[in-house]
Design a protein around this ligand. Structure first.
Ligand SMILES: [Zn+2]
Length: 186
């Protein structure tokens, strides 16, 4: 089922995710909802808070043509099977090499900001079957995973952008927050 995507200003985006004690059927259905919602919005990832839930769950799907260093180049993560459904994901290791790149977020429509993130991360997680897994992600996949883990920790794009960028976007952010709160009836 496609869900409504929560936008900036919605308090649920500022709630930290709770660890999932056990992967249940209903949590797998929630993962399916996240995927459906993400694909419909043409996103590369989505975290539970973005549909109003607060369990530690996110999904990521970087299409093969974007999983490259440069156009037409070899896949960066040929062994990672997408889409990824990650319960209780934790970054165990991140490379000291950081890369700045433009990033967007489905909870911030039309906002794109340059954010520095590690080029490679190692992530521990629990899969749909309840099994512990580990994956190494590079490039855009590493970026998408770091973005979704930020959501689970209640960290948003606004917290990562430079103060200068935040000032230049302040009107747009204020407007978005106001619209969100109006919609919530707050
Ligand atoms: Zn986001």
């Amino acid at each position: 089922m496609k869900r409504k995507i929560r936008t900036y200003g919605d308090p649920v985006l500022r709630q930290r995710a709770q660890l999932v004690p056990e992967v249940t059927e209903s949590l797998c259905r929630l993962a399916d909802d996240l995927l459906e919602t993400m694909y419909a919005a043409r996103g590369l990832g989505l975290a539970a808070q973005q549909v109003g839930e607060t369990c530690a769950l996110c999904v990521v799907d970087v299409p093969a043509e974007l999983d490259v260093e440069e156009e037409g180049g070899p896949r960066l993560n040929p062994d990672v099977i997408m889409p990824l459904t990650l319960f209780n994901p934790v970054i165990r290791h991140e490379s000291p090499v950081k890369i700045s790149c433009e990033e967007g977020c489905l909870s911030f429509p039309d906002v794109h900001v340059s954010i520095r993130r590690s080029a490679e991360v190692t992530v521990d997680y629990v899969d749909r079957e309840g099994h512990a897994g580990e994956l190494i992600a590079k490039g855009l996949l590493a970026r998408a995973i770091q973005h979704e883990l930020d959501h689970l920790g209640a960290v948003l794009l606004v917290d990562r952008m430079s103060p200068v960028k935040k000032i230049s976007l302040s009107g747009q952010l204020k407007k978005l927050k106001k619209e969100t709160l109006e919609e919530l009836g707050a």
